[in-house]
Design a protein. Sequence first.
Length: 234
Amino acid sequence: MEQIGGKMEQAMLDLTRKIDFLSTQVQFLTEQAKQAELARQAREELIHDAMPIANDLMRLASAQLQEIEGDMNPQNLLRLLKKLLRHAPDFEKLLDQIDSANDLLDISGPIIKSVYNKAETALGNAERKGYFSAAQGGMYIIDNIVTSFSADEIKQLGDNIVLILRTIKDMTQPEVMQFLRNTVAVVEKESEAPVDISYRSLLGQMRDPHVRRGLAQTLRVLSSLGGQSETAHS
């Protein structure tokens, strides 16, 4: 009896497992059927929404084809196809050139960007240092020269520009500039002091060797100027 009871219990367990397996399979099939139904509905909705667009495209294509119906014939299409096949190597070369140009752009892109950044930095530094303002000032000076001098005067200025620059160069030598600076300082200082212009005072100043040396140099300069003036008028 115990063996019979054990066999029945085992049979019940096997039956239960089979029922559970069948239930799982039925549930899986049901889920697949639901997914298939949802997909079918989605396709129907897509077709329903796309049909008006497709109809419009067909009508537009038909209208466009009707416009060229008289020019479109098999001979023209065949001739066009022959030309395309005949020039296929040229198209291939063109595509190769486009690929090469793209490769060149890929390689030169960072270089161009670096050059642009350096140029932008240099221009920014120049602007901060005032180069652009100086250039504007130079243009203002040139504009004043052009409007203030006649064409002949500007030509004469150009003919003598080397001499003018040399004169400016000589005047800007350190010893000359120092001499002018000292002279201006002395004149400013002495202009505030009282001046005695009596003959006695003047004769007393003539005993000063510095005064006599200054007069001698002044007379020498005046003599040189007079000689140059005489040469210029002769």
